[in-house]
Design a binder for this molecule. Structure first.
Ligand code: ZN
Length: 569
């Protein structure tokens, strides 16, 4: 060939070769095959074409194309082979490069699962128009040729059958998309519900087509699905799967109509591809079915391939927490004067494990002291050795933090168990003050939200404190009424709305006493008691020595209510 057309975006290689044939000027189709593959003895294949090494060899000098490039970018291989094991995928690649005829679909799990492949080339009328505008000609899109994809993910409209058969006759020619064969005679309309599901799969197929995830063994996918099945209550840890519940919910999720369209029907009362897929076996099935199950279980396609599910943080944290407890207990026991064997018995470990742990925790040093019974009668924390050790470890802890300014204490302690464990045990207050928390997810509080939620509660509490027998309004009393006295006043800068309101309501002791006395006067009136100093003291609960300081105010209040105030303090 002295030229080869540049493949367009999402163009299937078959289509590029068809465009070559239009341009080659060859009168006989057979000469096109000779140009492309150097032989007449071959056929035109859409999905997984073969003889690609020969094709690249026949390209104009200096071509940058490789067989792999075509295989991954311009054939259905990345979709059809996405879920098959590496060895089989590599055989298919070999066949596509050097083989003859069609690739055995048995190899990619197609025929054994009785999927009927699309009969006609398909097209999107919008893409068709756009391609003519952009490139001057229409072409067959790769993503439109996938059996089970019904919509164009770009234009979100249905795909149409062309009149061109994919596997027609002797397949002795490549046929390009054209105005003649791409006619949308009758408009196709799917319900919104169907459309939604069709778009899901079209998008997931795009992801498969445009990524090289690398091949995995069947166990990988089974394990990925298993983790989610357990998480969602469709399986137990012991591998038991609630098949009926799974099938029922799966049908509910997709609907029978859609499942029939993608040739993957599920029936509650009989076996089907779905139970086979989650059971322990190595059958590979049509790629669409993996996508269906992944969607149903909420696994993004990239995660399905790239992220080992089930290595879950919570478990790791639990293990960490357990290890920490165990370490603490060991340090404690090592102070008790017990022998290593005795400690091993208590911790149900071997002496070897204990020795390893004491090395790791660096408790060997004071172990030796204990061995001599030195601390048996005096408290370890009162000894000189203790103070030296504490000083030393504090310094080391701070040095580590200076050395890794971006690391949290949590990360730092992973490699410095001994320092951390010892300080945590014997110097926990200092440790708390010198513990660096990097604020990403731990302890992250949305203060604005907390402020807004707190304000109405505070208002309610203050209202209550003013009714009945008045209570003094302070940060502390409000905090303890709300059960948050631990942090309320310490964090007041973070809750500006609440702070402004509380500050407007705060009372001095005098203000509080005046309020109490007003309330006391009303109370005496209500009870019909005489307005004497002692009755007021008793009812209002304000001592005479405090009343002295606010005598003027008391007199004013009493006079305003028609009493003659002649109290003597
Ligand atoms: Zn389109």
């Amino acid at each position: 060939m002295n030229f080869f057309p540049t493949p367009y975006p999402d163009e299937i290689l078959y289509s590029t070769m068809a465009r070559y044939c239009i341009r080659s000027g060859n009168i006989k189709e057979i000469h096109n095959f000779e140009d492309l593959f150097g032989t007449r003895n071959c056929i035109a294949i859409m999905e997984l074409p073969t003889r690609l090494d020969a094709l690249v060899e026949n390209m104009p000098m200096g071509t940058k194309y490789t067989a792999e490039y075509f295989i991954y970018k311009h054939t259905l291989f990345p979709f059809l082979a996405a879920f098959i094991p590496k060895e089989r995928a590599e055989k298919i690649i070999q066949t596509m490069r050097n083989g003859e005829g069609a690739v055995s679909y048995m190899r990619i799990g197609l025929i054994s699962n009785s999927i009927t492949l699309n009969k006609y080339f398909r097209f999107c009328p919008e893409c068709f128009k756009e391609d003519i505008e952009t490139f001057g000609e229409p072409y067959w899109h790769r993503s439109h040729q996938i059996t089970g994809v019904f919509v164009c993910s770009k234009h979100k409209i249905p795909l149409y059958n062309s009149v061109e058969l994919i596997r027609a006759g002797n397949r002795q020619r490549f046929i390009s998309a054209s105005h003649e064969n791409c006619i949308a005679e009758e408009e196709i309309n799917y319900s919104n519900d169907l459309m939604k599901k069709m778009l899901w799969i079209a998008e997931d197929v795009e992801v498969l087509l445009n990524n090289q995830f690398g091949f995995k063994q069947p166990e990988w996918f089974r394990s990925q699905f298993r983790v989610k099945l357990i998480e969602k209550g469709y399986a137990r840890m012991n591998n038991y799967i609630y098949q009926k519940k799974l099938k029922r919910d799966f049908i509910d999720f997709y609907g029978n109509e859609y499942l029939a369209l993608v040739q993957s029907p599920v029936s509650v009362n009989s076996g089907s591809w779905l139970p086979d897929m989650v059971r322990n076996n190595d059958i590979t099935t049509y790629a669409i079915r993996y996508l269906l199950l992944a969607r149903f279980l909420g696994i993004p396609i990239a995660d399905l391939f790239n992220t080992k599910l089930g290595s879950n943080d919570e478990d790791e944290n639990n293990i960490d927490a357990y290890q920490e407890l165990w370490d603490q207990r060991l340090i404690e026991l090592s102070q008790s004067g017990l022998s290593i064997r005795e400690i091993a018995d208590i911790l149900k470990s071997s002496t070897k494990t204990i020795r390893k742990a004491t090395d790791r925790l660096e408790i060997k040093e004071f172990w030796k002291f204990n061995g001599g019974g030195k601390y048996l009668h005096s408290k370890f924390t009162n000894t000189e050795e203790f103070k030296i050790k504490r000083k030393d470890l504090r310094e080391r802890w701070l040095e580590l933090h200076a050395k890794y300014p971006d690391k949290s204490s949590n990360q730092i302690r992973k490699d410095n168990d001994g320092v951390y464990a010892w300080l945590k045990k014997y110097d926990s207050e200092w440790m708390e003050e010198n513990y660096r928390r990097i604020n990403n997810r731990v302890n992250h509080v949305d203060w604005n939200k907390r402020d807004a939620e707190l304000l109405p509660k505070v208002k309610e509490v203050i209202k209550e404190m003013k009714e009945d027998k008045p209570e003094r309004i302070t940060w502390t009393t409000i905090g303890s009424k709300l059960g948050i006295s631990g942090w309320l006043s310490k964090r007041k800068e973070k809750i500006p709305l609440t702070k402004a309101y509380i500050e407007s309501e705060l009372e001095s002791l005098e203000e509080f006493h005046i309020r109490r006395i007003k309330w006391g006067i009303e109370e005496l009136e209500r009870q019909g008691k005489e307005m004497t100093l002692w009755n007021l003291v008793e009812t209002a609960g304000v001592k005479p020595k405090y009343m002295k300081g606010i005598y003027k105010e008391i007199k004013q209040i009493l006079n305003n209510r028609g009493y003659d105030c002649n109290f003597k303090f």
